[in-house]
Design a protein around this ligand. Sequence first.
Ligand SMILES: NC(=O)c1ccc[n+]([C@@H]2O[C@H](COP(=O)([O-])OP(=O)(O)OC[C@H]3O[C@@H](n4cnc5c(N)ncnc54)[C@H](OP(=O)(O)O)[C@@H]3O)[C@@H](O)[C@H]2O)c1
Length: 247
Amino acid sequence: MAFMELKGKTVLITGATGKIGRVLAAALAVEGMYSICHFHKQKQKALALVRQIEQQGYRAAAVQADFQEETQVREMFRQAQSMAPIDLLIHTAGLFSKTPIEEGSVCSERALLGVNLMAPLLLTHLFFDSLKNRQGPNPVGKILYFTDAAAMRPWKKYSVYCAVKAGLSAAVKSLAKEMAPSVTVNAIAPGIIEGADLTFREKERQMAKIPMGRFGTLDEVILSVLFLLKNDYITGHVLLLDGGRIL
Ligand SMILES: NC(=O)c1ccc[n+]([C@@H]2O[C@H](COP(=O)([O-])OP(=O)(O)OC[C@H]3O[C@@H](n4cnc5c(N)ncnc54)[C@H](OP(=O)(O)O)[C@@H]3O)[C@@H](O)[C@H]2O)c1
């Protein structure tokens, strides 16, 4: 059976200092990939992650960028690409904040749009461009974004976050058609994943609404990522990982 061999591939993981990005960077390195770990502010955390991966005998590196700045996105991609040609792009970097309509904070709206939508689209363009002359059986590259179950079942007071994540989910489908057959484009839409910063009371309240009766685990995120990365025929798919919450 032929499918993309992940061992030996290079993966750029944005938001590798985040809850999900960090475990993914480590797990994909263990699968034999060179994990290039992007961070924004948490340099020490990124360097510690790289050290941890290297001490286990695997390969990793760190690159920095603020995704609200186009020039920084471009420079980060150039730097990552100079370390090794990138085969896989996983965008976990994300901003999450309330934007109550009565407050109308243009500042946080721009930040949400920049980090959660404009940056992944620019990275996608740069990545696609870098693959232009890549030889090999298709797909030669794969993209995986992180959207949110809230894109499908929006919460109140988070209209911008939900709209931006819904926009990214639509982009997955559009880009999948545009970039086939050389690149697959998919996304994972998590519900609440373990480790969420919630009070005991709020955790209980949220869990009661989830048919599976608990939050998702980081291992379940890793499994879903590997499933999508290993499969060459799935493209344009947004995989819900929410324990049935939106049903
Ligand atoms: N965790 C969940 O339960 C959950 C549920 C639904 C959807 N998701 C989605 O899954 C993805 C990962 O979630 P997570 O919980 O791992 O997020 P997280 O822990 O909040 O991490 C966010 C990451 O984004 C980076 N970041 C923040 N602002 C940035 C900026 N201006 N420029 C560049 N990078 C920036 C952070 O970098 P630094 O730390 O270096 O500053 C960090 O690595 C997100 O897209 C999120 O929306 C998560």
